[in-house]
Design a protein around this ligand. Structure first.
Ligand SMILES: NC(=O)C1=CN([C@@H]2O[C@H](COP(=O)(O)OP(=O)(O)OC[C@H]3O[C@@H](n4cnc5c(N)ncnc54)[C@H](O)[C@@H]3O)[C@@H](O)[C@H]2O)C=CC1
Ligand SMILES: NCC(=O)COP(=O)(O)O
Length: 331
């Protein structure tokens, strides 16, 4: 099997991303993991955590080789300012964006088979004057794709989102018939092509309590969500709903579905994180390249303490690797 080259972005330098990429090197990997970061920062954080790692610059012109335990291959990106663990510094926002841009360009050029992202801090990037709402939206724009879908997955639950990083007050207006039809189509296509389902069962949540209670608690279900589900069904997609969000996540009902489509971030993700925080993976569906990520944020309180768990990053790497191997086999 061909060895795949995966980009791992180390994320916010003051957060736990640099710790996690150093911790990842504790074990070997069948594919090549290339960390995009400032090598001095990774070395400093590894030393703070008492991890014995060797850091080498990657040569992208050479064929990928499996990652060896104790060695970190780095695509160097220089920091703009020194880092103190746990303290955000807006001077390094450009460093974070450069890292993401290089990962996206590398994937689009074919240098990388996938990108796996450690967490960034959306607030400090905005404070530095860059409009930024998340990796999902950043990669969609870098790839010139108008619509992508965020999906988080634990071993037993998948939750996709109709809207991502929006104020709650903007959610209803953002859920239009056309947008929702596209979201359901993207989920269906990805579940078939990337996850091997022939007819994935998509449970679509309502927006309002009790899915609108026949119009007495909101009109979105009648005017937008039901028509979008019916349009998907006419195209042969196994979408159903709108289901009341408070009861669709009951375990006995979940067994009838392969993915739940929540209408907004905090309708779906608290359930998923309650069930599997630390083991979940965030996947962007609809991009022209594979992108997975951790299920957690920058955890500034844990940077350089040795208390951060690497499990979600490891799960994200393993899923990206599996999807990249599968894609390679299909070509
Ligand atoms: N993929 C990404 O880039 C993500 C970035 N964020 C960003 O992270 C920042 C902080 O967000 P918060 O809501 O505070 O969430 P957070 O996930 O950073 O922290 C929530 C709690 O979980 C703990 N925690 C997080 N990751 C952990 C790990 N690997 N091991 C052990 N404990 C862990 C933290 O210590 C904290 O107590 C925000 O700016 C947000 O935008 C949030 C989610 C995902
Ligand atoms: N809650 C998920 C999250 O904030 C991650 O978003 P993204 O950076 O992967 O778009």
């Amino acid at each position: 099997m061909t060895v795949q080259r995966l980009a791992i972005t180390a994320g916010e330098p003051a957060g736990i991303g640099p710790d996690l990429v150093a911790m990842l090197a504790a074990s070997e990997h069948a594919n090549e993991l290339v960390v995009l970061a400032d090598p001095d920062l990774v070395a400093q954080r590894a030393a703070q955590l008492d991890l014995d790692v060797q850091i080498v610059a990657v040569d992208l012109s050479m064929p990928a080789t499996p990652s060896r335990a104790g060695m970190i291959k780095v695509l160097p990106i220089p920091l703009a300012a020194p880092v103190v663990a746990g303290q955000l510094d807006r001077r390094n926002a450009g460093y974070v964006l450069t890292m993401l841009q290089q990962a996206a360009s590398g994937c689009l050029r074919g240098d990388f088979s996938a990108v796996v992202t450690a967490p960034v801090h959306k607030g400090i990037i905005n404070d530095a004057g860059h409009a930024f709402s998340g990796h999902t939206e950043f990669f969609a724009e870098a790839a010139a794709v108008s619509k992508v879908v965020m999906m988080l997955a634990t071993p037993s639950l998948r939750v996709a989102l109709a809207t991502t990083h929006l104020p709650l007050a903007a959610v209803s207006q953002a859920i239009t018939y056309s947008e929702l039809c596209q979201v359901i189509e993207i989920i269906h296509q990805a579940m078939v092509s990337q996850f091997g389902y022939s007819s994935p069962r998509i449970a679509v949540c309502g927006l309002n309590p009790h899915a609108g209670e026949n119009g007495h608690l909101g009109q979105e279900e009648i005017q937008v969500i039901t028509p979008a589900i019916e349009q998907a069904q006419r195209r042969g997609i196994a979408a159903s709903g709108p289901w009341p969000a408070d009861t669709i996540f009951v375990q006995s009902r979940l067994s009838h579905y392969d993915v739940v489509l929540a209408m907004f971030h905090d309708q779906g993700l608290p359930v998923l994180k309650h069930q599997g925080f630390g083991d979940a993976v965030n996947i962007t569906l609809g991009l022209p390249f594979i992108r997975t990520s951790v299920d957690h944020g920058t955890a500034l309180d844990l940077a350089a303490t040795g208390k951060a768990e690497v499990s979600s990053l490891r799960a994200a790497v393993n899923l990206a690797s599996e999807l990249a191997d599968k894609q390679d086999n299909q070509q």
